[in-house]
Design a protein. Sequence first.
Length: 149
Amino acid sequence: MQESLKFIHDKQTDYQKIILKNIENFIYREERYSTPFAIMLIYVDTHECKSENLVEMLRKTDLLIDLDSHVKAIVFDSVSNEFYIKAAENIEYKLETKKINLLYSSVVDSENYSKNYTKMVHDLVEILEYAIENNFSNVVLDNDEGDFL
């Protein structure tokens, strides 16, 4: 897993830029209409997690961001801080039913970041790195899980 951790760490800035670019519409809707959103970041150790399969698991208003063959981001539209962890757990459960067993995930929600989206995305990647480093596979981690931020 150390190779995976180094790979993600080296690509962290790229991931953040791509995610921030892709969430512009979600940011606009939150600022204009107070519609919160959440982002889940997934690392899958195998190539079995195809983007097409992930898209089928999402609601029509959610967004899949394909960062690379192992790392995917999912933006949950209109998900409050009461339900964002449940939304991420639902995706993780669906992946496990497809026999994708070794995965690491992190999730953050916009309501906890007071419109500081750069920090939100930064923390999202940091939490994923923490999950991999500490072998929290098949567990959804968020920013309330510990003092790693």
